[in-house]
Design a protein around this ligand. Structure first.
Ligand code: HBI
Ligand code: FE
Length: 286
């Protein structure tokens, strides 16, 4: 693996992985996981996509308590070749992409505090393992995440990281899927948040637009609030198909294409729901 530009923190291995140290979790930390898990498990049927719900079952994440990566990895590996590796938090982009390109998902190990149930800036073990890992049991999404990692390594070499970060944000973190039964969630940032699991599907204020890779790469995002726009894929396969394209011509067009407004709706956009943006206006007044 090419050495990362930044040295790993003390106690971490050269690839920035650490031990999860599952035995060190306290009863309070297991209780926070159980509280978060039970809230989402009650809310998500009919909201999360089938692949996510099947992943929860396949990995038996409802066993109670913070999952031990050693207990879920054998089944995850059998299903799609992915494993969860413990990380000390966000790792440098080149380290992150290298892990994804090798079907390793770097997950935080800390548990948010009981007074942070609804929002925290850094991904904790609930965001990473409850939010991201169940989708990695789906073969198509598992292939997409590896293709994303490989694309990220190439993008780094071409100074196009910000475009890839937007693609990650509007799919892996905040993506929606169209199904016969209606819109369903597959994005980890939504599925791990009680409020956004409701807002993303039910609230009239955000735009919901058809997935378009190049358009997403021109769309900024906010990390500190609900999304003002969600992108909807017709099938998980569409994510994988999009990564099979040569990004070169797309990057060249993007170099001369200005960013779009976060709440813009263009005539060429596929509009699933046009938002009232009332929420955005309310926030602007706040
Ligand atoms: N590191 N552990 C971890 N988890 C992430 O989700 C993550 C990261 N480093 C970089 C990163 N995400 C973002 O830059 C992605 O947009 C690539
Ligand atoms: Fe995440």
């Amino acid at each position: 693996m090419s050495p990362a530009t930044q040295p790993p923190p003390p106690g971490a291995r050269p690839d920035w992985t650490i031990d999860q140290d599952w035995d060190a979790y306290t009863a309070d930390e297991h209780r926070v996981w159980d509280t978060l898990y039970e809230r989402q498990a009650a809310l998500l049927p009919g909201r999360a996509c089938d692949a996510f719900l099947k992943g929860l079952d396949a990995l038996n994440l409802h066993r109670g308590g913070v999952p031990d990566f050693r207990a879920i990895n054998p089944e995850l590996q059998r299903l799609t070749g992915w494993t969860v590796v413990a990380a000390p938090g966000l790792v440098p982009d080149e380290v992150f992409f290298e892990h994804l390109a090798n079907r390793r998902f770097p997950a935080g190990t800390f548990v948010r505090k009981a007074d942070q149930l609804d929002y925290l800036q850094e991904p904790d073990v609930f965001h990473d393992v409850f939010g991201h890992v169940p989708m990695l049991t789906d073969p198509t999404f598992a292939d997409y995440m590896q293709a994303y990692g490989r694309g990220g390594l190439r993008a780094l070499g071409r100074g196009q990281l910000h475009n890839l970060a937007r693609l990650y944000w509007y799919t892996v973190e905040f993506g929606l899927l169209a199904t016969e039964a209606g819109l369903r969630i597959y994005g980890a940032g939504i599925v791990s948040s009680r409020a956004e699991s409701i807002f993303a599907l039910d609230d009239p204020s955000p735009n919901r637009l058809g997935f378009d890779l190049e358009r997403i790469m021109r769309t900024p995002y906010r990390i500190d609030d609900f999304q003002q726009v969600y992108f909807v894929v017709p099938a998980l396969q569409a994510l994988l198909d999009a990564t099979l394209k040569d990004f070169g011509p797309i990057y060249r067009r993007l170099d001369s294409a200005p960013d779009l407004g976060i709440a813009d709706v263009r005539t060429e956009d596929g509009v699933i729901t046009r938002g009232t943006q009332a929420y955005a206006r309310a926030r602007a007044r706040a």
